[in-house]
Every structure is written in structure tokens, then in C-alpha cells.
Design a binder for this molecule. Structure first.
Ligand code: ATR
Length: 271
């Protein structure tokens, strides 16, 4: 029987994960398919039960389920526990094993960009769930992290949880001054999704990495380029976290460059 994999979330219809995973499944000749499966916030338990009854073998997890998916799983990786969220579930008999591949995915994109973060000072913008995965990864990789966030209390609380992490009071305006001292910036906020803009200091050729992509990231990138920043969007991270999930499920690391090209082409069609 064709094995079922998929991504659960709400909304999930626009997810690029089916495009990515189905291309790898076809390349590898696996008898499996990967679907986008909408599950509303309050229906996670019953939704997972239904998927188990349908014989689902592995699931990616996106908003709003990343925290709850960790909670309802019977086994959890150390990385997922440390981040407090799961983006990858693997069937284990009558339960799920929760892992988080956002962390290795994020690190791979930095390595691919030729960046060794050890000893670097990294400015992280935001203090939500995405920031937590980014800060955990940077902290593990021996970077110094400076967190900037609209709500200072969240920045402080995040910084307290990770070695080498600190925060800057003054909300996002602090970026204009303190942002000058960082080696590169990572924007994890959803500010672009609601039409908001960040004010950045002069980039002087430094990297501005926004982990979102497409229309949400575009205005921020044009601002960043205008002020002298090099830019990197979140599409390579999306593909990299998918690749690590695929490796957990199928035991092979798939080709990320062709999947990335497929995603870029798909996004272009949408604009
Ligand atoms: P995610 O899991 O995607 O990180 P989240 O936990 O809701 O989502 O966090 C969203 C982040 O984007 C937070 O850092 C949030 O700032 P606050 O902690 O002050 O809420 C930030 N954010 C969202 N909209 C923003 C806006 N319009 N301006 C500035 N920051 C914003």
C-alpha cells in the first residue's frame, strides 16, 4: 500500500512541502505520497488519531500545531524538547516520535552560505516560536546572540533560556544603534506578513537573513538592500528542514538544490 506522509497545519493549502517531498519521493522511487492536511487548532488530537487510522507514517507540522505536537507525542528528541516545538512526527507503533528539523535546517543554510557562526555576534529579531529555534541553534553553535523584539519581556525571557544569548531593551528601534554591532541579522518576526517595516542601520555589506520568503519578505529585502545589506530569504531553510525530515523517514539525504529551484519557480508563478 502507498505510504502516507504529509504536513499538518491551518492554513496549509499554500504549503510548498508537498511539492518538495513528492519530488524527492518520485526521484527515489518510493511507494509513498505526501499531502497537505488542514487540521484546525482545536482538532489536533482527533486529527492525529484519524491520520494514524489512515496509516500515516510521518508528518511535518506547521502553525498552529508546533508546540502542541510536541506535547501530544509519546517520544521526543532532545532538540525538540530544547526548542519546545516539533515540526516532524514519525509513527512509532501507536504513538509519534517528535523531532525538530528547523534547527539543523537553519544551521545548514548558514553553512551553505559560507558562514561559521562560532564566535560571531548574531542579531536575532523576534522572540516567538521561530526565534526560539534560531536562538537555540545559534547558542549550540557557540554564537553570541543579541535579541531584539517589540515586546522586551519576551526577548528577556528567551535570552534567559540560552547560553550566550542576551537582549536589547528599546523595542525594535534599538536595532538602529545596537544593530551596528552585530556580524549579521536574522529576522524571525511576522512583521512582513502584516505590512509592517523594520528600520535597519547601515548594512555595510553584512547579511540580513529573513526566514520568511515570497511576498511577506519582499518589502523588507528592498529596504535592507537599499541600506547596504546582503540578503538571504527563508526558502533554503524551508527546503533544508524538509530534507532533514525526509532523511529521518527514508534514511537518505535528498537533493536540496533542485527542490529549491522548484520552489522558486512555484513562487514566481504565484506573483
Ligand atoms: P512565530 O512562531 O512565527 O515566531 P509568534 O510566536 O507569534 O510566531 O511570534 C511572532 C514574532 O513576530 C514576535 O517576536 C512578535 O513580536 P511581539 O513578541 O512583540 O509580539 C513579532 N511581530 C509580529 N508582528 C509584528 C509587528 N507588526 N511589528 C513588530 N514585531 C512583530
Amino acid at each position: 500500500m502507498t505510504a502516507l506522509y504529509g504536513v499538518i497545519g491551518d492554513p496549509v493549502a499554500h504549503s510548498l512541502s508537498p511539492l518538495i517531498h513528492n519530488s524527492w519521493l518520485a526521484d527515489g522511487g518510493f511507494d509513498a505520497r505526501y499531502e497537505a492536511i488542514g487540521i484546525p487548532q482545536e482538532r489536533l488530537d482527533s486529527g492525529l488519531k484519524e491520520l494514524m487510522d489512515r496509516g500515516a507514517c510521518g508528518l511535518n507540522v506547521t502553525l498552529p500545531h508546533k508546540n502542541s505536537a510536541l506535547r501530544v507525542s509519546s517520544e521526543r528528541s532532545d532538540t525538540a524538547i530544547r526548542i519546545g516545538a516539533a515540526n516532524t512526527l514519525t509513527r512509532t507503533g501507536d504513538g509519534w516520535y517528535a523531532d525538530n528539523t528547523d534547527a539543523p535546517g537553519f544551521l545548514k543554510t548558514l553553512t551553505d552560505a559560507g558562514i561559521d557562526v562560532a564566535g560571531q555576534t548574531v542579531g536575532v529579531i523576534g522572540a516567538g516560536g521561530s526565534a526560539r529555534a534560531v536562538v537555540a541553534t545559534l547558542s549550540d553553535a557557540q554564537a553570541e546572540v543579541m535579541i531584539f523584539n517589540r515586546t522586551g519581556a519576551r526577548a528577556r525571557s528567551l535570552a534567559e533560556d540560552f547560553e550566550g544569548a542576551d537582549w536589547t531593551p528599546g523595542g525594535l528601534d534599538a536595532l538602529l544603534e545596537a544593530g551596528s554591532a552585530v556580524d549579521f541579522l536574522v529576522n524571525t518576526t511576522s512583521v512582513g506578513h502584516t505590512g509592517g517595516r523594520l528600520r535597519l542601520p547601515e548594512g555595510d555589506g553584512r547579511l540580513y537573513y529573513d526566514i520568511s520568503y515570497g511576498a511577506a519578505a519582499a518589502p523588507g529585502f528592498s529596504d535592507a538592500k537599499r541600506t547596504g545589506w546582503r540578503t538571504l530569504d527563508g526558502l533554503p531553510m524551508l527546503v533544508a528542514q524538509a530534507a532533514f525530515s525526509f532523511q529521518i523517514w527514508f534514511g537518505v539525504m535528498p537533493d536540496t538544490s533542485r527542490a529549491l529551484a522548484l520552489c522558486r519557480a512555484k513562487l514566481e508563478q504565484r506573483t
